[in-house]
Structure formats: C-alpha cells, structure tokens
Design a protein around this ligand. Sequence first.
Ligand code: MN
Length: 488
Amino acid sequence: MTIEQIINKVKENDPKADIELLKLAYDFANKAHGAQKRKTGEPYIQHSLHTAFVLAQIKADLNTVIAGILHDVPEDTERTLEDVKKKFGNEIGFLVEGITKLSKIKYRGVERYRESLRKMFLAMAKDLRVILIKFCDRLHNLRTLDALPEDKRLRIARETMEIYAPIAGILGIWRLKWQMEDICFKHLYPEEYKKLEYKYEVEKKVERNKYTQKVKNILGQKLKNENINFTIKGRFKHLYSIYKKIQKKERKFDEIYDVFALRVIVPTIQDCYKTLGIIHTLWKPKAGRIKDYIAVPKPNGYSSLHTTVFGPENKATEFQIRTKEMHEKSLYGIAAHWHYKQMGGSDIKQSKQPRWIQDILNIQREAKNTNEFIQKIKLDVFKDRIFIFSPRCDVFDLPEKSTPIDFAYAIHTEIGNKAIAALVNNIMVSLDQPLKNGDSVEIIIDKKRKGPNRDWLKFVKTHRAKEKINQATKASRLEQLKRIIPGI
Ligand code: MN
C-alpha cells in the first residue's frame, strides 16, 4: 500500500481535498514509526496506510483519513498527542485521541461484553468518526491475524464478532460488517468455514457463474431495448451469513446454495420500478417475495427493491434493484450519508431511519462547519436517547425515560401485548420503571394474556407503544361489546 493509492481515493471522493495535508501526515507518521515492524514483518506504517485506505474507501472525510494515518502515533511512538494536535489541529487531534482512548478498553470475556459495548456507544456519542477509524484499524488487524499466537488470535476474533460487527450493522456499514464477520468466522470455526467455502466456492461456482451469465444476457438485452443504463452483478453470499441461516435452521443447505442472487444497479428510482416490471414480465415472481424497501426503507435506512422469480430452467433467482446511491449507502452506511450530504442531494427518503441517525443527518445539514457539527452531535443526538440491550444483546435505541413496555413494543407487538413482568439487569421491576442507558432488559410474557392494559398509556414514552396499545385495546373492547350485544 502506498500513499499515492490513498491520495487517488481521496481525490475520487472529493477533488478539492487538501492533499498537501495528507502528505504531511504521511511523512509525520512514517518518521514517527521509523523502523518499527508489525508481527507480519511488514513496516509498521503499512498498517496506518491500510487503515487510512479503507477509510477513504468508505468515503470518510479527509480529516478522518488523516487521523487514520496518525492513529497509532501517540500510543506506539515517541511522538505525543500534543505533537499531533500542534501539527494537525484540534479536530484531527481529537479523533486520534478518541482512538487512543478506545484502545484502552480491554475485552474481558462475554460477561463484560455489555460494558464494552456501552463504552463504544459513549465514544460514538462524542464523534462517530472515531468508531469508523476503529473499525478500519480492526479490519486490517484481522487481515493480518495469522501472524499472532492462537490465544490472541481467537480473542480478537471473538471480540470483533461480539462487539464490532454488530455495531457496524447498526450503523449500516455492511461492507465492513461482512468483511469482519467472514474473517472471524474463519478463525473461530475453521472446520465449518472450510466446509462451506468448499461447497459454495468450489462445488457450485461454475454452475452459478454459467447461470448468472445467462440471466444477465436475457435481462441486459431487455434493459437495452428500454434505454435503461445498468450494471448487473452476480451477488456473492457472505459465508458467515449462510452459516448463521443454517444454524438457525431458517433454510436447508441446498435451498441456500441453489438460490441465484443478482444485483441490478440503474440510474433513477423510476428505472428501479421499470426494471422490476421487466423482470416480472420475463419470469414469474414467487409469491410473497416482492419487497419495496424504496417506498418503505428498512429501519437502518436500507432501500432497494427485492424480488425472487422462477428464472430460466425454473431456478429460484433473487434480484436486488437499486440506484448507485442506494448501493453505496448499503455498503458504507452512515459514512456514505455524510459523503452524499457533502456532495449535495440525496434521493433516499430519510424518514425510516433510526431517529438518532436522522438527527445526525439533520444536524449535518444545519451545521456550518465540522466543529459545530461535532459539538451539536454531542449535545443533541445522544442527550435524550438511551441504548437498551435485549438478552441476545441486540441493541435498541429509545427515548429517555422509556419503560419496559416501550422496550417490549420495540421488540415486537406481541411481546408488548403479552408482557406481564420485566427483568432489568436480572432484577424484577415494575413495568412503568424508567430504563437507563445500557440496561439489559428481559420481558416476561404470558401467552394466555388477552392484551395490553390501557393504564400503560399513562407512562409509555414511544409513539409506537401508544399506537399499539390503542389498537389492541380498541379491538378487544369491540370484541367485548360484540359479546354483550350480538349483531353489532
Ligand atoms: Mn492500529
């Protein structure tokens, strides 16, 4: 990896970026790390460059890329954080400081998992970019994991799987999430990994490539006739996600291996719907598999059209149809949101994202400069939100003073409707007790329970809980009435 590669990537993202500053950072870090070597035998600066390159790949801004180059300077060289601040200013200094602090969080096994997660979230509250740098730093460490002794290797893989990958998912940075998961999977379950890799990559590969080529040709011709610009790609399935599906018994082996997956990228939203129409006139769609995540994006902001059709030779074939912007956002998540904001204009409805991401985007829009942006994020976004963990360590963000009932409805309507008690950090509490940031909450349900209590409306905080309680109680009162007065 060379500094030129990073310069090119940065220029691609923003032609006006201050390349001189980037070069200065490289010289500074290069001199500071001097003759230091990584365990792999490579010069240490290679690690800094790889970290910075992935940051540029996910379209992080220039200061973040620079902080990526400098991220190990205070910790591992004679140069101090003060030196970095003096030379590169407070903003870059702040990012490097964040990374240095974050590296002090040590993994102490699963029981400390939530604690670590909470610290990560607190670090995010200060500046999300610190987390982005940490992710890219971690990704390069994972890629060079083979150089480490086994116990260290497994510890890092486990920590990444339990802490880093889920947070990358919450932020919608799928590209990093999948890459991290597949590397960890390989180290943590080498046998299963090899088996899957062989089945998926060797046994089925030729067949898959031949088939996708055939579909591409047929669909490509039709799209050309309609004057729609397009790229069609066969989609690589991530081994760890296949493994998880098999584990959860969601699908059988062959069902997963034999599904062919393609992605079509077209210029506009209109083209997305046109393309969907064309696919459905070519091949019969499978019932219940058409998903319009453009009209109704997923909670993390993901948008695309999905459909599964019976393609040539009657084989189940999955399509994802999206614009280039949707595609980049699905890969780079929050990082791409910033990028598109900076470049102006966005074609994605932002209403369905988690509120705190929406807030971040709004602040980004209103802030005059990066400093103001960072300050506001600290004050506004995380001020009145709390993060609550489910027993399976899924994270939910809720308004401050939310209660176990709000949490129950955030998980699932039926969990809310049938809730009878709650354990907060393993202690039984009343259903109206306000939750605190970082609490882990388990809802106890009674399957026979008829429905929610209207009194809950007096204390719930979320719109969703109110709406669901109203709906359920209205329905049950109507039933009662029907029993009393038959025929209404
Ligand atoms: Mn590092």
